[in-house]
Design a protein. Sequence first.
Length: 111
Amino acid sequence: MSTRAAVRPKPARVRVSPRAAVLVILLLTVTSFAITPVRALLVQRDRLDLLDRQAQALQRQNDTLHDRILQLRDPAYLERLARECLGMVLPGETAFVTVPDEGTAPASAEC
């Protein structure tokens, strides 16, 4: 082997041109200005999803109430409620009420 030490080449130094430096600074500036609108967009998207879920829940509730309105417009249903819940009878009918030993009978769930 040779007594001469191996000469390592010096690594090439990366030189940044002024144009590249301006481009990097410009890119960082644009990115920093884009963060706030993107964050606002994400917040608004989450808010929109929440409002959509609330609108669906309210629509289901509205449908339920609409069905209840239609049910209450039915004369046969109203007569049944009046007889069962209020103990009403038609003229000429006699009402009989049975009382259990424990006390009064619980009203039905619709009353």
